[in-house]
Design a protein around this ligand. Structure first.
Ligand SMILES: C[S@@+](CC[C@H](N)C(=O)[O-])C[C@H]1O[C@@H](n2cnc3c(N)ncnc32)[C@H](O)[C@@H]1O
Length: 272
């Protein structure tokens, strides 16, 4: 019997250790089938065999599904808010602050945070963990080499100070690179750290189903310390932030002020 699409998706999920059914199905289906067309594959058995035997195409498949566009100071006004208001407040706490960039892609996001901390003369006051499901982008992130379009939203004086340009490539300086620890991590499966002061998860959940997104937001809340902050993407406001235990302090920034109100058994949010 030939593999059905559902069976293919289940087998591909096992292969890449990522449950594809937790991603929005329309977008996921479109991406899976677009590669099928590009590679001229006629059925799901052949598609699966390719993924199992051709490491290069397997990487292309993972890349296609995870979409990892990113840039330094993406939505600059949010990074300025982080710089001028949120970070100084967090730094009032004695000891180290713990920051997590979840779905960090090529590292532009956690490195932007490291640059802000450097500018606030607080580089050594924070631990920055940056995670992604895609090992290829993590390897790129660790190298810290970027193109003009990935740093275009940064203030020019910061580019000059923190990068060394060679031809078209911009090399991030070592004192910033060494502030970030990169790790492979699947947000839909792996355990989360506790007592975090700031979680940044932007432009990642847009690909997840509503249920997966809600479960994730509950887990993020449980990972933050009381008074910690959660920064989301510009197009991903938390509709149920009160039920999730947050106060919306400014666009995209949420402060933990309580625990999520869930119905316990099912883990769903309680409304009203
Ligand atoms: C569009 S990028 C966002 C990068 C950065 N946060 C930003 O806003 O510029 C989305 C990232 O989410 C990652 N991703 C997708 N599914 C994931 C999962 N289940 N767990 C962890 N990361 C995931 C992708 O690999 C990709 O690098």
């Amino acid at each position: 019997m030939p593999l059905t699409y559902q069976e293919f998706k289940e087998a591909a999920s096992r292969l890449c250790g990522n449950d594809l059914s937790l991603y929005k199905s329309k977008q996921m289906d479109r991406r899976i089938h677009s590669l099928m067309n590009i590679w001229g594959v006629s059925d799901y058995d052949e598609y699966l065999t390719i993924l199992q035997t051709d490491p290069q195409r397997y990487q292309e498949f993972v890349k296609k599904l995870t979409i990892n566009v990113s840039e330094f100071f993406r939505n600059p006004d949010r990074f300025m808010e982080l710089w001028e208001r949120i970070m100084p407040e967090l730094l009032k706490k004695p000891g180290k602050i713990k920051i997590w960039s979840a779905g960090c892609s090529n590292g532009s996001e956690p490195y932007s945070v490291a640059i802000i901390l450097h500018e606030l003369c607080a580089s050594t006051r924070a631990e920055i963990l940056a995670t992604d499901i895609d090992q290829v982008v993590l390897d790129k992130a660790k190298k810290g080499v970027y193109l003009q379009n990935e740093i275009k939203s940064m203030p020019p004086d910061l580019i000059k100070k923190h990068f060394r340009q060679e031809g078209e490539a911009f090399y991030l300086k070592e004192n910033i690179k060494e502030r970030v620890v990169f790790k492979k991590h699947n947000l839909l499966k792996d355990p989360f750290e506790k007592d975090l002061d700031l979680i940044i998860c932007r432009n990642v959940v847009i690909y997840f189903t509503e249920q997966a997104k809600n479960d994730l937001y509950i887990k993020f809340n449980q990972s933050l310390r009381m008074g910690g902050y959660f920064l989301v993407g510009g197009t991903e406001p938390l509709l149920y932030y009160k039920q999730l235990g947050y106060e919306n302090v400014s666009p995209s920034f949420y402060k933990k002020i309580g625990e999520p109100k869930t119905d316990g058994m099912l883990g769903g949010l309680l409304f009203g």
